[in-house]
Design a binder for this molecule. Sequence first.
Ligand code: SF4
Ligand code: SF4
Length: 373
Amino acid sequence: MKKLVTLAKDPLIKVSSRITSFLEPEYIYLPIDEEIRQNIDYKKVKKGDLLYSWQGKKQYSPVSGKIVGFLQNSQGLFLKIQNDYREEDSYNGVKEFTTMSIRTNFQSQIKNFPDFDWSKFKNQKTLILNGIEDEPYAATRTFLNKLKSQEILEMLDLLRETFQMNEVLLYLKENDRESIEAFSKYLGTYPKISIQILPDYYPIGHEVILKSYLHLPEDSVLLRPEEVYELYLNTIRDRKRDTILLTITGNAIENPQVFEVKIGTSLKEILKEHIHFKTAEYNFYINGLMHRETADVKEVILTPEIRVLYFMNPLHYKTKPCVHCGKCNEICPLKCNPYLSVNKKQKEASSKCIHCGLCTFICPSYIDIEKFL
Ligand code: SF4
Ligand code: SF4
């Protein structure tokens, strides 16, 4: 593997240090397909009700309210639920799943959670938390680490005990002081958990890169904080996740922020109330400046897959022809030869590509190289 890089940061883009709650949207939109649409009842729902399975995932209602119809836009087909703001939920108390009984009897309880692949923990000696926030200017994972550090540690220790692993290692970046401090506060309670600090390289948080950088065996299990927290909610708390954290940032807005929002909220509702634009025009990117994935801002529905949204001054990104500088090849950590993909349209040259976006990011001609990969 090639040497990883430290990304130069634009001092004009601020990283938010506060969180804003946006938990009362008028409508919630959940992705569906035509087959599900045919079988949907227009009925009242409670928060946490199982509505249907979509692309292998169970979809629960994040609010209480009424199913009132559908939305079709460039992002897909969505079920529309009108929020009644009562937050009535289908949760009936923790019953026998109290924290204490879960902790002492977790091995026998896991059969109650068949959706999770427990087998991957067997025969592992070390459990690894990949808590790295790789995306520059994003604070989504840092906020989760900060707000839910106790819950994340409790779940990790429970997994270690249950599957008889020797230790848990928390990998964090050296510049993520807030996550380091948040976890450090509770480590005295967990002697088998320790923090490992990594340099601020990109894309060190990508699972393939991290395993290679740390020389970890191929079958090592790396968990993300959001996965661990969801597992905590599902098992120890017997609840379903109904909110997500999201960073909205970029040099075209005045007030970058991290938001806690209901899953299925329409982005335009948040922008209207909370974001002040510096310019009338901007470029919009989903989940990373590196990837330049974009969409119609007015049609974006916030799902757990969306972690960061960028609004950037469009003057920075005018595409020009390739100047054959070779920087894309030089920077690729997996030696994929993106130059060949751009200039000879040879897609096979990029079979190892992990879509880290570095080649696109470094290109002086602002070519969206990922489009060719
Ligand atoms: S996106 Fe793919 S080709 Fe480009 S630098 Fe990353 S791994 Fe290499
Ligand atoms: S970095 Fe951009 S301009 Fe340079 S060789 Fe690659 S595609 Fe061409």
